[in-house]
Ligand binder design. Structure first.
Ligand code: OVV
Length: 404
């Protein structure tokens, strides 16, 4: 036995199931229990180690050399199990394979490339809000705003044609379920898997993407030799996989947060430039992407506990984002705090490459709403929808008082 192993700390064991419906719908009690149990907890049900404190989640996200993504960012280990679809060149790859796709997509989605979108998206947001206001003062903001706005703004920019867009959210829902265990949620997606995958894969082809669009720019990178022609459609697939459900549920989280905190809504009304802070604070507070896995590339020691080589590590982004050691009054949604440093978009080389797109969408929608709505409150109990990875929504009843 090596010295390190002799001194190794045996981590506490939990038989909790983080993918149980009740926990997916209300994860905070488990998060608190895991944070308090220790820096590393062994989850006996899945034979994985879990990290839930900010310090250790943050460190693992930065240490891609010891916590690899190439064996999959879900529970399934691609070294032993066949992936359900060809692995993502971004999320499920490590350097050096990860580098070219990342560089290309970063350029396509970079802030300068988005500058031209602001005006158009503001107009779409105003139109979306006006439609809702014309229909009355009580409405379900989940379909009417959180789903409607991204689906009106982003598919055109990606370059998609008009047909089949209703497949985008069900496909993403399936992708995010697939990171979890093969439970009932994955079973429920199975009948649509082939059809949704066929549609998405067809949209990744060059012919399907409008000239000049983000999708076309990804293919143009292949013309320049920055990607191979085999890689281009998979990079487009990442945009279609990670670019819709994430923003829909992120916007829903933000609307929920603001409706439940009238003082924060007033703050935003008085200072509309807080829209981006409001979105990031909502991402910290709700963590629309709750978890991702990594795989240990060696026996890795975390806080004295040895995580064996080749085993999976479950990182609780949502728990880290409410760690009282890192955040003052973490359960409070608070526009006066600086939410930067949250791990809701991840951290390190895989940190969300689409985050600037998401923030621009949020800014457009929240500013339009703040200009037109004096008061905002919940008009009923919001309903969540269980997903193995996403903190998702199905119903968000709001009552508003429009600006006179
Ligand atoms: C971050 C994320 C989520 C889901 C899918 C992908 C990425 C992808 O690259 O396909």
């Amino acid at each position: 036995m090596t010295e390190a192993l002799e001194r190794a700390v045996v981590p506490p064991v939990s038989d909790a199931d983080p993918f149980d419906h009740d926990i997916l719908l209300d994860p905070e009690p488990l998060h608190q229990a895991l944070r308090e149990a220790g820096p590393v907890v062994y989850l006996s049900r899945y034979d994985v180690h879990a990290l839930s404190r900010y310090e250790h989640v943050h460190a693992a996200l930065l240490d891609w050399q010891h916590f690899e993504s190439g064996a999959g960012a879900g529970l399934s280990n691609f070294r032993h199990e066949k992936p359900w679809r060809p692995p993502s060149l971004l999320l499920e790859a490590d350097p050096p394979l990860h580098d070219a796709p990342r560089r290309v997509l970063r350029e396509v989605l970079a802030p300068p490339a988005l500058r031209g979108l602001r005006e158009g998206w503001s107009a779409v947001a105003e139109e979306t809000v006006d439609r809702v206001l014309a229909a009355g003062t009580e409405f379900d903001a989940f379909p009417a705003l959180a789903e409607a706005f991204p689906l009106r703004a982003f598919p055109d920019v990606v370059g998609l044609g008009p047909d089949g867009r209703e497949n985008l959210l069900p496909y993403g829902n399936m992708v995010f379920n697939a990171f979890g265990p093969r439970n009932d949620l994955v079973e429920a997606d199975a009948p649509r898997l082939a059809g949704l995958s066929a549609w998405v894969n067809a949209q990744c082809q060059r012919e399907a993407l409008r000239e000049g669009s983000f999708g076309a720019q990804i293919w143009a990178a292949a013309d320049r030799g920055d990607l191979t022609y085999e890689q281009a459609p998979l990079v487009v697939r990442s945009v279609l996989s990670a670019g819709f459900d994430t923003t829909v549920h992120g916007l829903a989280a933000c609307l929920y947060a603001l409706a439940a905190h009238p003082v924060e809504w007033q703050r935003l009304r008085e200072r509309p430039e807080l829209a981006r802070v409001a979105f990031d604070e909502a991402i910290r507070w709700q963590s629309p992407v709750q978890t991702f896995f990594r795989t240990a590339t060696a026996d890795v020691t975390v806080a004295g506990a040895v995580i064996p080589k080749g085993t999976k590590i479950l990182m609780f982004l949502g728990a880290a984002n409410r760690d009282p050691v890192r955040w003052h009054d973490p359960d409070r949604f608070d526009l006066t705090r600086d939410p930067s440093g949250h791990v809701g978009f991840g951290m390190g080389i895989h940190q969300c490459v689409g985050q600037h797109v998401a923030r621009l969408e949020a800014e457009a929608l929240l500013s339009a709403l703040a200009r037109r709505v004096e008061h905002l409150e919940l008009a009923g109990t919001p309903r969540r929808h269980p997903n193995n990875t996403l903190r998702s929504w199905t119903c968000l009843p709001l009552r508003i008082r429009p600006v006179a």
